[in-house]
Design a protein around this ligand. Sequence first.
Ligand code: GTP
Ligand code: MG
Length: 197
Amino acid sequence: MIIKSAEFTVSNTKISKLPPCVLPEYAFIGRSNVGKSSLINMLTDVKGLAKTSQKPGKTQLINHFLINKEWYLVDLPGYGYARSSKSNRLEWAKFIKNYLEKRESLQCVFVLIDSRLEPQKIDIEFCCYLGERGIPFILIFTKADKNGVNKSQQNMSAFKKEMLKHFEEVPQMLLTSSETKFGKEEVLSFIQDVNQH
Ligand code: GTP
Ligand code: MG
């Protein structure tokens, strides 16, 4: 798929102020610093479209980006950011869960996982939460450039094994790097397929 235009639309803390539910959208979620905002920039080829940072906790709001004037990519704040206060974390959960559970135009959630790490409990738990609510998701492993291919594959297999303890089938898994653009076409063609279904 060719991305002809990518524009920032709106940032929100309030679900009531999101754009109307008329265009399909895809949301990026995962631990703080896993590379959600970087992946949005990589897919759209627009540096700085989504704000990134070396420090976790950069994205704090629900950010909509309109792509080809036809669908949205949605950047969400990360989970598991230890330095935010407990009440902040609870607020995060309410606000994001509200979005994930109520947003009718949400086609699929992309759960981002750091390909350098062995399966993390918080990621598995988050997948289980999505599964229980029947929210469609796929897994996108990030930062492939920081590993040898074998290491990424090893961690992906281990993650799959862990998921099979909770799920009958494991959702699609893609490996990406925002640094080298590895996996870009796979993510975009996944979106294209869903858009055309
Ligand atoms: P929060 O908004 O804080 O939840 O983080 P995020 O998940 O949006 O992460 P972000 O995209 O801001 O990236 C965090 C850091 O990881 C930045 O320093 C990025 O440059 C780096 N990074 C992200 N993706 C990649 C990648 O594929 N390869 C490498 N080498 N670095 C990456
Ligand atoms: Mg971010």
